[in-house]
Design a protein around this ligand. Structure first.
Ligand code: FAD
Length: 417
């Protein structure tokens, strides 16, 4: 059996694996990326938030993405079923940071990243699946890889970055999964050729159309003329729709009075896919000789589009720490990696949970607009969840509840509750 020796094995070539391998390669380490599928491949996660731009920029992957002319996303629109609209504009946010990003078909986006990495000489082995990993006491590992013909080879690595997304390779092999605290939601989605797309901003703006407290529709227009549509709702509710996935999604589209006509009668580009019980969590984010990044570690919910941003935030940080460790420097993975990552996850978890308690929806749709509060919440939605100068980061738990409570009292005073 063929055996290769490298410094770092990266499992998965999504955004997380790409950012990790870009950084490690630039540090002069011998990196190998092993990717199960052949690119371009479909994956969901198409609405980015500005914080991710910092990481693509830092590892030298921004220019290849800019060249793709993806649809620019400079904010987001939330609307409820009474027609109340809440617009966020990323240029009007608290603190520093990017005020735009993109809406991307991920097949093209992820391929642009891997093409760029390969042009630098990064070794990416496509259609090769990691099937087993054995760790030695010093943290070095021997990984078994199987190609599409069933041939096996092994790789000896000093460190593994597991960026395998929902493949969750090391959480599965090492029994690291734990139940998420986020309510059980499922999602169904597809792409359409958006031939009835209105002119101007109405045609291109990303929208979250809120059907009720638990159920919402995303509409994510791409620059190639296609639009991604998808529903998220409680698993039990999503299961109550009958028929094929196409029939289920067609039925659900009736729930949106705003978007029904635009998408009515359009062919779905593929049979809608359904992912059940989306949220994922793990007992630990690292161990001797490995770190989990991106979805392999934690996934909350699609509602605030945080997935890719956490994927690249964790990948970039893990890659920096791996580099230090392999260069002989002391690394405290608990404080420098886990504590940092969980701080951001904790802030976003509050926003996801408070979305589904209805408190954030109350703030978005029913509170008297307060410019400062809106800018602070906008910075959170842009992904700047480590900025302690932002009260809605520092006191996330308390402030969201308090502002929602005030909005409730205002509504009661005006006889609207
Ligand atoms: P991925 O992009 O999933 O990449 C992992 C790669 O690992 C894959 O290419 C896979 O083939 C490979 N792999 C898996 N197993 C193996 C193996 N055994 N061996 C080798 N390779 C392997 N995020 C957003 O930012 N915005 C959104 O709007 C958004 N919407 C979402 C909607 C839904 C319904 C869901 C479920 C998620 C959504 N997400 C969104 C989350 C987003 O999909 C992920 O956070 C993001 O793709 C994570 O990137 P990653 O690099 O960690 O994993």
């Amino acid at each position: 059996m063929q055996q290769e020796k490298i410094d770092v094995l990266v499992i998965g070539a999504g955004p997380s694996g790409s950012v990790a391998s870009a950084y490690l390669h630039k540090q002069g380490l011998k990196v190998k990326v092993v990717e199960k599928s052949k690119f371009p491949r479909f994956v969901i996660g198409e609405s980015l938030i500005p914080r991710c731009m910092d990481h693509f920029d830092a590892v030298g992957l921004l220019d290849c993405l800019k060249a793709m002319n993806f649809e620019v996303k400079d904010g987001a629109r939330f609307m409820n079923n009474q027609g109340v609209v809440c617009n966020f504009d990323f240029s009007k946010k608290h603190g520093e940071g990017w005020d735009w990003t993109w809406q991307v078909p991920r097949a093209d986006f992820d391929k642009a990243l891997t093409d760029e990495l390969q042009s630098w000489g990064v070794d990416i082995a496509f259609e090769q699946e990691v099937t087993a990993v054995e760790f030695a006491d010093d943290g070095s590992s021997t990984t078994t890889i199987r190609d599409v013909k069933g041939n096996e080879s092994t790789v000896k690595a000093k460190f593994i970055v597991d960026s395998s997304g929902f493949g969750r390779v090391l959480p599965r092999l090492l029994d690291l999964d734990k139940p998420s605290e986020i309510p059980k939601h499922s999602s169904i989605f597809t792409h359409v050729k958006d031939i009835k797309r209105p002119e101007g901003r109405e045609g291109t703006i990303i929208t979250f159309d809120v059907i009720d407290t638990d159920t919402w529709l995303w509409v994510i227009p791409f620059s190639n003329g296609d639009t991604s549509i998808g529903y998220v709702g409680k698993t039990g509710y999503m299961d109550s729709f009958k028929g094929t996935n196409t029939e289920k999604l067609q039925e659900m589209m009736r729930l949106s009075s705003y978007y029904f006509d635009r998408f009515d009668g359009l062919d779905y580009k593929y049979e809608p896919r359904m992912i059940k019980n989306i949220a994922k969590s793990v007992k630990q984010l690292y161990g001797k000789g490995f770190a989990l990044t991106g979805n392999s570690a934690e996934f909350l919910d699609p509602v605030f589009s945080s997935g890719v941003t956490f994927a690249v935030e964790s990948a970039h940080l893990a890659a920096q720490l791996v580099t230090k460790e392999l260069k002989g420097e002391e690394v405290d993975w608990q404080t420098q990696y886990t504590d940092y990552m969980l701080e951001g996850v904790d802030v976003f978890s509050t926003y996801v949970k408070e979305w589904y308690t209805g408190n954030l929806q109350t703030i978005f749709f029913h509170s008297t607009e307060n410019k400062v509060i809106k800018e602070q919440i906008c910075a959170v939605l842009a992904g700047y969840v480590w900025d302690k100068t932002n009260p809605f980061v520092k006191n996330h738990n308390r402030l969201v509840k308090t502002v929602a409570h005030i909005a409730d009292m205002e509504m009661a005073a005006h006889g609207k509750s």
